[in-house]
Design a binder for this molecule. Structure first.
Ligand code: FE
Length: 342
């Protein structure tokens, strides 16, 4: 690096200046070992992971949590001036949207490519899945026999009339499921199925997965679709509830899975440290912490898990690229609207 403004310095003054410049530069370079994360995951679910990362690497992590929409809007508005290095959010649809808006930068990392299966990350390295969230059928064990269940599509059959509860179509979870159904079955058949779901509803669509489970447990409906960690949390508090998991589509696509994931922001000024955080989050140590913190499945297939997962049984996951859930999400939203799914 040239320092033209001190050319012409000489003697003690000059060496004193250089020493001062050196001392001043030292804290600057250690300051660079700090990264800023925008996260739609709440503090309790991510701070322990950041603390473990700092312990291992010495890189400190500052973070802001907010709803995914607010974080994307903020990144767009901040543009080049954003202080954020990493975006962490849930659902491939949100990550896909961030990538489409140019908010993420491609990352090449042999560590991430080894730890995260290709179907759970963006092909250009714009984002990587960190946990897997299985969206499955949960039923009331007093009212339904598992032999009666088979696929997501079968919940449109008239035999489920007034027996189905669904979360609101406004939440991205069922939007992603419907997007993957469009990929599998085409728009016309998927629309027929979603209309069937709507005509089988026992109640108006509910605000969240936990409420849907509580309605099934209380007998207000017999069957619903939820992410397994909501089931896990509710059963931990209330093991006697008459609820059980059924793994649908085992003879076809496999269980619909989505991700929580992360990407390096397009204007990150600390790219190497940001990539290191992503690599750490894909490691065995961090993946086990994700499991413990929120009962999500690891994205890294080398990571093993025990209870409560083992008692839920093993299942075949959908292995299609989760990118499709993002690409087809606008079509899914329009389709759900046409089908009267609110
Ligand atoms: Fe959730």
């Amino acid at each position: 690096m040239s320092l033209p403004f001190i050319s012409g310095c000489s003697g003690r003054w000059c060496s004193g200046f250089l020493l001062a410049a050196f001392l001043f530069a030292a804290p600057l370079s250690s300051q660079a070992e700090e990264i800023i994360v925008y996260s739609s995951r709440i503090e309790q679910l991510i701070k322990p992971l950041f603390d473990a990362f700092t312990k291992e690497t010495g890189i400190t992590v500052k973070f802001t949590t907010d709803k995914e929409g607010a974080l994307l809007t903020r990144l767009l508005a901040e543009g080049k001036r954003t202080p954020a290095d990493v975006l962490i959010t849930v659902d491939a649809g949100n990550l896909w949207e961030a990538a489409r808006n140019g908010l993420l930068k491609p990352v090449t990392s042999p560590v991430l490519e080894a730890n995260i299966p290709a179907n759970l990350r963006d092909p250009q390295g714009l984002w990587f899945g960190l946990t897997v969230r299985a969206r499955t059928i949960v039923y009331n064990t007093k009212k339904v026999k598992p032999e009666e269940l088979s696929t997501y599509a079968d919940l449109a059959d008239p035999k489920w009339k007034h027996r189905l509860c669904l979360r609101s179509s406004k939440k991205v979870y069922n939007q992603s499921l419907v997007a993957m159904m469009i990929d599998e079955l085409g728009e016309a058949e998927t629309e027929r199925i979603v209309k069937g779901w709507v005509s089988n509803l026992a109640t108006d669509p509910v605000a969240d997965d936990t409420l849907a489970l509580e309605f099934v447990a209380a007998g207000r409906c017999d069957v619903t679709l939820v992410n397994t960690y909501y089931y896990g949390r509710l059963m931990r508090e209330n093991p006697a509830l008459p609820l059980a998991i059924f793994w649908p589509n085992q003879a076809t696509t496999g269980v619909h899975v989505n991700i929580s994931g992360a990407g390096v922001t397009h204007y990150s000024k600390h790219e190497a440290a940001a990539v290191r955080l992503l690599e750490f989050l894909s490691s065995e140590q961090a993946q086990k912490m994700f499991i413990d913190l929120n009962m999500e499945y690891p994205a890294n297939p080398k990571v093993t898990y025990g209870e409560p997962f083992t008692s839920w049984g093993s299942f075949r996951q959908d292995s299609r690229s989760i990118v499709k859930a993002g690409e087809l999400q606008p079509d899914a939203v329009r389709l759900m609207d046409r089908a009267g799914y609110r």
